[in-house]
Design a protein around this ligand. Sequence first.
Ligand SMILES: C[S@@+](CC[C@H](N)C(=O)[O-])C[C@H]1O[C@@H](n2cnc3c(N)ncnc32)[C@H](O)[C@@H]1O
Length: 287
Amino acid sequence: MFVWSKLSAAQWMDAWEERFAGNPNLVIEVVKGGKSIRVRLFCATRMEADAVVAQFGGSVRKMANSEWNKPVEAPRPVKVRDVFVLTAENRPKELAALKKANPKREIIVIPPEMAFGTGDHATTSTCLRLLVDVARARKGTDWTVADLGTGTGVLAIAARKLGSGETYACDFDPLAVEVAIRNTGRNGTPEILMAEQDVLKWKPRKKGYDVVMANLFSTVLIEAWPVIAKSLAPKGDLIVSGILATQAWEVFKAAAGSGLGFTKVVKKGKWVTAHGGHLVDLIASEK
Ligand SMILES: C[S@@+](CC[C@H](N)C(=O)[O-])C[C@H]1O[C@@H](n2cnc3c(N)ncnc32)[C@H](O)[C@@H]1O
């Protein structure tokens, strides 16, 4: 394992997040009293790390095994509405205690691994909240789901637990797909169809999905709107996130170009998450 790192002014934090959009191996720390940041990218090979140096400068060092094997601190449990507790806890005794303390909530176990989506990021937790609302509105119906850029699989797993029918999830990162498959197993949702697929090259089925979730970052969303529009069934619910507030206008303008619009926009920190659908349906709706 190699680690690429570079110091940068704190004002460029958003730009660095965008450059490595969706890469779960990116770590940004604030240093020097908040004025600077250290951007680090963990790379499997020296070649991968060197390619980042060629593009952005910075330096590379090999990580010592002792560093790599250090236990990752588990994030605290994250509660979503009155429905879910997301935890990294995987030990049976501790898990049983968590269940006992939260008798009315479903527990979703996502141990820290090399994929995005443990629930403690604003984009994931806001998508989950909006998903709970959508599931409540669809209760008693058979609704299908597509989760684009699934990471750990957390949104698809939550959808199944909320009663979704056929559920498709994809990620272009093979490591994320491996992690997501493991997570579907440990959360009792093995029916989710997990695919290694680039959203930008995806050909969704003709009838689309009733609920499409895409926590994907602005640049990817802008490119993916035409395929996302095709993947959303008529009267479908679309939940999107990964949008920096500074880029929201540009992202939503591009969505309108594909006939998509949003009726609910939630800003948490610098991140924007939105719920919407096909503009024709939103305009026709009396809600
Ligand atoms: C911000 S994470 C979201 C993970 C999870 N869905 C969540 O809500 O926490 C974005 C994920 O999208 C994946 N991704 C980015 N661009 C993609 C693309 N073009 N096709 C498929 N997956 C993509 C990344 O690998 C990453 O796992």
